[in-house]
Design a protein around this ligand. Structure first.
Ligand SMILES: NC(=O)c1ccc[n+]([C@@H]2O[C@H](COP(=O)([O-])OP(=O)(O)OC[C@H]3O[C@@H](n4cnc5c(N)ncnc54)[C@H](OP(=O)(O)O)[C@@H]3O)[C@@H](O)[C@H]2O)c1
Length: 262
């Protein structure tokens, strides 16, 4: 296979949770540019429909589906719709996620549970529903979006959310365990761990979002001296989504400009 063919996704179907905004939107468009048809899903159907229009403008097919990853019946219905519309799903990107910043001593149980439910249980339910389908087809590429701050403790001045860091650590372990359990079935499970990318969730310029105060400080500490940009995601995403990664599973690829290496 030529190196171009290795990364080609023509004719494949990708399902992207959280695909209507932020990093999910960026990844949905990148997969479409690489040739895939894309199912864009999250709770807000309207934002997903906007991304569908952008994908169709690229000449690919796309479908918007309303999905709550924390609700098992919603997950099963969304996967059934995707499979009945496109016939199959070869690529799953789990980008849905949520965060609340509150000091650990004060964090309400509802915030903790919301982060665990969306980030961990939601990722598990999607892997379970799409994974069954992939195992039947003896092929699939799952990419779970974790976070560079899921590996270890984080100064509260940077990100004050023990529920978020805990949830992202769990996403990494889920990724590795499913990779080991499903590798024999042709299903690959890897994770991208982004550092700080500017999105709705994480905008140094928008008060109330994660790293509003700390963004400029973090950027000055990143070895490459900037926050993440949309294009910084694409290489890792297409590697994990395509035949280029057919001997790679259970891996966490950190995209943080080198911050975690300090
Ligand atoms: N931005 C960063 O710097 C950064 C760094 C590390 C990791 N991440 C991770 O990257 C992922 C995307 O985050 P983002 O920065 O792009 O923020 P974002 O734009 O706020 O994206 C979060 C997405 O999750 C969806 N979502 C939330 N709850 C959901 C639910 N119950 N069911 C289905 N979808 C749900 C949201 O859509 P609806 O509201 O329509 O449901 C939204 O599209 C998250 O997993 C985040 O933890 C981001």
């Amino acid at each position: 296979m030529s190196s171009k063919q290795l990364f080609d996704l023509t004719g494949q179907t990708a399902m992207v949770t959280g695909g209507g905004s932020g990093l999910g939107r960026v990844m949905a468009l990148a997969l479409a540019e690489a040739g895939a048809n894309v199912v864009v899903c999250s709770r807000r159907l309207e934002v997903c429909k906007e991304v569908v229009k952008e994908i169709e403008a690229l000449g690919r097919q796309a479908l918007a589906i309303s999905l709550d990853v924390t609700a098992p019946e919603s997950v099963v219905q969304a996967v059934e719709k995707a499979v009945s519309y496109f016939g199959k799903v070869e690529i799953l990107v789990n980008s849905s996620g949520t965060v609340f910043e509150t000091p650990a001593t004060e964090m309400p149980l509802e915030q903790w549970q919301s982060m665990l439910n969306t980030n961990v249980t939601g990722t598990f339910l999607m892997c379970q529903a799409v994974g069954k389908h992939m195992i039947n087809n003896e092929y699939g590429k799952i990419i779970n979006i974790s976070s560079s701050i899921g590996f270890k403790g984080v100064d509260p001045e940077a990100v004050d959310s023990v529920g978020y860091t805990t949830s992202k650590g769990a996403v990494m372990t889920l990724t590795k365990d499913l990779a080991v359990k499903w590798g024999r079935h042709g299903v690959y499970v890897n994770s991208i761990a982004p550092g700080v990318f500017t999105t709705g969730m994480n905008n140094p310029e928008i008060p109330g979002t994660l790293v509003h105060k700390a963004g400029p400080i973090i950027a000055s500490q990143v070895p490459v001296r900037r926050l993440g940009r949309d294009d910084d995601l694409t290489g890792a995403l297409l590697y994990f989504a395509s035949a280029a990664s057919d001997y790679c599973t259970g891996q966490i690829l950190v995209l943080d400009g080198g911050l975690g290496s300090k």
